[in-house]
Design a protein around this ligand. Structure first.
Ligand code: PLP
Length: 463
């Protein structure tokens, strides 16, 4: 490798503050240098290293996406080979490249049995945009132009575009952006720990959520509701697995009113829950599945919409009647990204990462619950596979939450970083999230748990 000219430490920090508009960042504080910035230089296994040489165990896998861990040369070599051979060709009007075809086959081989085709995009947000357009297209082809509303859930996360930001059910993604936009509606969040009526069991709360959904459908008119979108496990909304019985009850309502289920598996697909797909994990029967992050482990940006055979037939009927579909991106199925996807899914298989996520995930979550579950400021420890979270409360017995202004969650994640471990302060509530690479070992899980205990103690001592 040729030596790259490197910027000095001062240049890096100054240019970052002066020119780089960061996503999801306090813009003014960053520009004024009031908040710490961190410039990452490298990664190996579950560790990243910054330009100051500080190493951290990344227990959130970037943004729950570097599923195979850092430094997998099989993937970087595949990208480099593809870049020399054919860096780009488009996929419009029937064009393709070999890695895109191979990856489409690999995805369908792994997806739930009734799925048939994959449309590739670049991000989870654009894939969900595609989903909504396909739902509208299908209902137009079927001659029911009024069936267009989409139901999402409070605390769902589906992206930050205009449509996908509307689907997202988190205030920070709506405020000042004039979102949500019609025709998006939000129903009850399946958040058992935060249920209003604390006498409800999980099954009863699932029934309550299903009843709320049905009430909304009936109030709006079933003939106007096109689709329901949900993550198998709520992710950015707090890392919340569904209460017992939730998905079968929701699926039954959707079937009753002929409403398409879109499973947003951007986080859960390809092993995160200890199963290849969350839809299979929970018995969901989606007609559309969103995939992204774990498809390439973020070695290159790539997303996808997996379409059921049933919907595919309607799409074919549409183009027979109306001509080629007017939808696509310049970078749909970009060969560098699909080459990364092929190599990445091979690594997932070779290292048996889906089973590792299940086994080490169960061990990690048990250890975490044993270590902090009884702490006076911990209200809930939850998760599935290698997804976990700890929710902090002022009063455990009465479930009284901290004031957001106290920033307890962010302070604990900062204290955790001080212990050399990255966890994520989830954006709504005092919730510390974990989604480590799926190659995490039990020894590495022990390091995360020990650091979490210290971080929680450190912040609790100040409260
Ligand atoms: N859907 C889910 C469930 C996600 O978690 C995310 C991102 O975290 C998205 C969609 C949006 O993906 P992107 O940030 O790639 O647009």
């Amino acid at each position: 490798m040729s030596e790259q000219p490197t910027l000095s430490h001062n240049e890096l920090h100054a240019w970052d503050r002066d020119h780089f508009f960061h996503p999801s960042t306090h813009m003014a504080q960053h520009a004024r240098g009031e908040t710490p910035n961190r410039i990452i230089a490298g990664g190996e296994g579950v560790y990243i290293t910054d330009v100051d040489g500080k190493r951290s165990l990344d227990a959130f896998a970037g943004l729950y996406c570097v599923n195979v861990g850092y430094g997998r040369t099989k993937i970087s070599d595949a990208i480099a080979r593809q870049a020399s051979q054919l860096p780009y060709y488009h996929a419009y009007v029937g064009h393709a490249s070999e890695p895109s075809i191979r990856l489409a086959k690999m995805v369908i081989d792994r997806a739930p049995a009734h799925m048939s085709r994959v449309f590739f995009g670049l991000s989870g947000s654009d894939a969900n945009e595609t989903n909504i357009k396909l739902v509208w297209y299908v209902n137009n082809v079927l001659g029911r132009p009024e069936k267009k509303k989409i139901i999402s859930r409070w605390r769902g996360y589906h992206g930050s575009g205009v449509m996908t930001g509307s689907l997202t059910g988190l205030a920070a993604f709506h405020n000042l952006f004039d979102l949500p936009r019609a025709p998006v509606l939000h129903t009850e969040s399946p958040y058992f720990y935060r249920r209003e009526d604390r006498s409800l069991t999980e099954e009863q709360f699932s029934q309550f959520c299903a009843d709320k959904l049905e009430e909304m459908i009936l109030a709006e008119g079933p003939e106007t509701i096109a689709a329901f979108i949900g993550e198998p496990v709520l992710g950015t909304g707090g890392i919340v697995p569904p209460p017992a019985g939730y998905w079968p009850k929701i699926q039954a309502i959707l079937d009753k009113y002929d409403i398409i289920l879109i499973a947003d598996e951007v986080v859960t697909a390809f092993g995160r829950l200890g199963s290849m797909f969350g839809s299979d994990h929970y018995g969901m029967k989606p007609d559309l599945i969103t995939i992204a992050k774990g498809l390439t482990s973020a070695y290159a940006p790539l997303s996808g919409v997996i379409v059921s055979e049933k919907l595919w037939r309607i799409l074919e009927q549409g183009s027979d009647t109306f001509g080629p579909i007017g939808h696509g991106w310049t970078y749909s199925s970009h060969p560098l990204c699909t080459a990364a996807g092929v190599a990445n899914l091979e690594v997932v298989d070779e290292l048996d990462l889906v089973n590792n996520a299940r086994d080490v995930g169960a061990y990690f979550r048990r250890s975490l619950a044993d270590a902090v579950g009884g702490h006076r400021i911990v209200g809930d420890v939850r998760g599935e596979g290698l997804l976990a979270s700890v929710e902090f409360v002022r009063d455990r017995d009465d479930r009284i939450f901290f004031d957001a202004a106290d920033k307890v969650g962010p302070r604990i994640s900062t204290a955790l970083l001080g212990q050399g471990v990255i966890g994520r302060a989830m954006p709504q509530g005092d919730i510390l999230g974990f989604a480590p690479p799926l190659c995490l070992t039990r020894e590495e899980a022990d390091i995360v748990v020990a650091a979490t205990v210290k971080a929680v103690d450190e912040v609790a001592a100040t409260l």
